[in-house]
Design a protein around this ligand. Structure first.
Ligand SMILES: NC(=O)c1ccc[n+]([C@@H]2O[C@H](COP(=O)([O-])OP(=O)(O)OC[C@H]3O[C@@H](n4cnc5c(N)ncnc54)[C@H](OP(=O)(O)O)[C@@H]3O)[C@@H](O)[C@H]2O)c1
Length: 338
């Protein structure tokens, strides 16, 4: 791992073109600190990461650190490292604000100290929410299964944000093919991107291909397999990407941490990884390695074998009374679970 933290020229970082024509950097920095890192540590990492060449930051109101990240952004703009338009800032409306999307968006923009988002997402397609730190088996009595009408009401508010100039692009997250099939035909502005769990042990080929075919850019969250995810998101069956023998073997060839193999694979496959870390050597190395030493064609082929359908972020806290289990959130039989 390089200890020479020479800033990376952002021009060297590949970009992906969205249907709007806007170009989004092919790697971003995650900002969800789980239960481990403080808002200040995360904001400090954002500031330093921008100085080191990151231009894409993945934010969300539910991460409860937008004010601190806003101060970090203000600082790097003030010192002249970047201009607002050099940055790609993604935001997300949380589940309890589906009926007041504009208010939530304006609050996030104010906290972040920016006039517009580059991309604003519906974080989850349900209005269901849970108390912070809720145990995995907690059920909120107000939770409901997915409703096309309710989602479309939320989406119309998202479309209005584009018209008001509050965001340049809108998108979805945690969707399924069944939910897209039921909602895409009713949209005036189609999603520019879909943020979804994507890492070598969870490649979601069917949804990935669907998203690409429909002209959406896949953004891959938990790209390293979220080794520090909260306890509530862990089960004994979960696969560990950075310990998989194929990933480890490629890492040895390149003399890098297996996390780097996950990132290279993601970029070469076509999704945009948004790895998280507050540790300089890690976030620097993720960016520095994104622009060199690609995996070979044979390695990319071998990486397909790593997929074992191991979903880590199951979302069980969003289940409604009467739901069978977390699988109901993901429409595994191709029908929207009710
Ligand atoms: N849309 C959604 O619903 C959703 C859901 C989940 C996540 N997200 C977004 O996706 C981002 C990333 O996901 P994530 O945080 O769950 O998982 P992740 O990026 O797969 O894993 C993060 C962990 O990987 C470790 N790591 C990072 N770079 C490394 C490197 N070069 N070498 C070794 N270890 C490394 C870090 O360990 P250390 O802590 O020890 O540095 C960090 O805690 C989040 O921060 C958030 O912005 C979105």
């Amino acid at each position: 791992m390089s200890e020479n933290f020479e800033p990376i020229n952002p021009e060297l970082v590949p970009k992906k073109k969205l249907r709007s024509g806007d170009e989004i950097p092919a790697i971003g920095l995650g900002t969800f600190g789980s239960d481990f890192y403080s808002k200040e540590e995360i904001a400090e990492a954002v500031k330093d990461a921008i100085r080191l060449g990151y231009r894409h930051i993945d934010c969300a109101e539910v991460y409860m650190n937008e004010k601190e990240i806003g101060q970090a952004i203000a600082e790097v703009i003030k010192e002249g490292t970047v201009k607002r338009e050099d940055l790609w800032i993604t935001g997300k409306v949380w589940n309890n604000h589906h009926r007041e999307v504009e208010k939530a968006c304006r609050k996030s923009l104010e906290d972040l100290g920016i006039g517009y988002f580059d991309l604003y997402l519906v974080h989850w397609p349900f209005p269901n929410h849970h108390a912070p730190g809720a145990p995995p088996d907690a059920r909120n009595p107000d939770s409901k299964p997915f409703s096309v009408d309710e989602f479309m009401d939320t989406w119309k508010q998202m479309e209005a944000l584009v018209e008001k100039g509050l965001t340049k692009n809108i998108g979805t997250s945690n969707m399924t093919i069944a939910k897209f099939e039921a909602t895409l035909p009713h949209m005036r502005i189609l999603p520019a991107a879909n943020e979804m769990e994507l890492h070598p042990c969870f490649q979601q080929p069917e949804l990935f291909n669907y998203v690409v075919e429909k002209g959406m850019q896949p953004i891959g969250y938990s790209p390293i397999g979220s080794p520090k995810r909260p306890e509530r998101d862990r089960t004994d069956q979960d696969a560990v990407d950075i310990e998989h023998p194929i990933v480890v073997k490629i890492a040895e060839r390149l003399s890098v941490h297996p996390a780097i193999v996950c990132i290279k694979w993601a970029i070469q496959r076509g999704q945009i990884p948004i790895p998280f870390s507050v540790h300089r050597s890690k976030y620097y190395s993720n960016l520095a390695n994104a622009i060199k030493d690609p995996l070979t064609e044979e390695e990319m082929e071998e990486m397909k074998k790593v997929d074992c359908n191991s979903r880590l972020i199951k979302g069980q806290v969003f289940l409604w009374e009467g739901a069978r289990g977390w699988e109901d959130l993901w429409d595994l039989d191709g029908k929207i679970a009710q």
